[in-house]
Write a protein that binds this ligand. Structure first.
Ligand code: CA
Length: 256
């Protein structure tokens, strides 16, 4: 078992080291400020982030490091992003690699060119980091299911079998709806960090407006089914949810 602490969680929770292997994302972006923001957010959301500024470096690094996904800016200093995109798809003997194109260009024609060259998705700058994360997760769920859907996840009295959506608490099998299970596993996978409401809305409901109450309704239902064990789900008012050992009694240790 690993003890995992985060800046938001004063007291680490125990989660098996086998819980997840981080997906590796290569960011190809010549603007350092944007690259820094991207990598910061990717790392905060449990991805490994590698950054290169030039297209040629991207082609080299992809062969060396085999990232699980590439975020590619089309306006690069050395090569047109379209050429990088095309070459990434021509790499013989390597598996197809998902690519999300991000660019300041936003005409419909540009988007179609990006997608026709093999990009899996396309975002126009400026874009929401949350939307980017939701798109990354959606792609990785298809291409690398083990990154998000590890076989099992255990903490405290909880044991989740992720592919079968089975939850056992203190040895008792609890029946959850698909949405309830998805919410619980998303919160649990955050390793004790606060999972923001917006992030849950994006990943579980595919996005929603701030007045959408679906999340609250499902969390209430989930808590009711969990009974005593619901104390493991800590509500950080106005921010989100986290898993924390209630025996440690540190509801206020989650600071924003
Ligand atoms: Ca650029």
């Amino acid at each position: 078992m690993n003890a995992i602490a985060s800046p938001m969680c004063e007291h680490p929770i125990e989660i098996p080291s086998s819980v997840r292997k981080r997906a590796v994302i290569l960011v190809v972006e010549d603007e350092p400020d944007l690259a820094e923001i991207l990598c910061h957010n990717l790392r905060a959301n449990d991805f490994e982030c590698l950054w290169v500024q030039r297209g040629r470096d991207a082609l080299e690094r992809v062969s060396e490091l085999h990232p699980d996904l590439v975020i590619l800016d089309l306006m690069l200093p050395d090569l047109p992003g379209e050429a990088v995109l095309a070459q990434l798809h021509r790499k013989e003997g390597e598996p197809a690699r998902p690519i999300i194109v991000v660019t300041a260009r936003g005409t419909e024609a540009d988007q179609l060119i990006g997608l026709s060259l093999g990009a899996d998705d396309y975002l126009v700058k400026p874009f929401s980091i949350r939307v980017l994360l939701a798109r990354i997760r959606a792609i990785l769920r298809r291409t690398r299911p083990e990154a998000r859907l590890e076989p099992t996840l255990s903490f405290g009295p909880f044991h989740l079998t992720l592919d079968r959506e089975q939850l056992i608490v203190d040895g008792v099998n609890l029946r959850l709806t698909h949405t309830e299970f998805h919410l619980l596993s998303e919160i649990a996978c955050s390793r004790g960090r606060v999972v923001r409401r917006g992030q849950l809305m994006d990943t579980v409901f595919g996005g929603a407006d701030p007045f959408d109450r679906r999340l609250d309704v499902h969390i209430t239902n989930l808590r009711r089914k969990l009974g005593e064990a619901a104390r493991w789900i800590v509500t950080v008012r106005g921010v989100g949810y986290a898993i924390q050992d209630p025996a440690r009694d540190h509801e206020n240790s989650f600071a924003e």
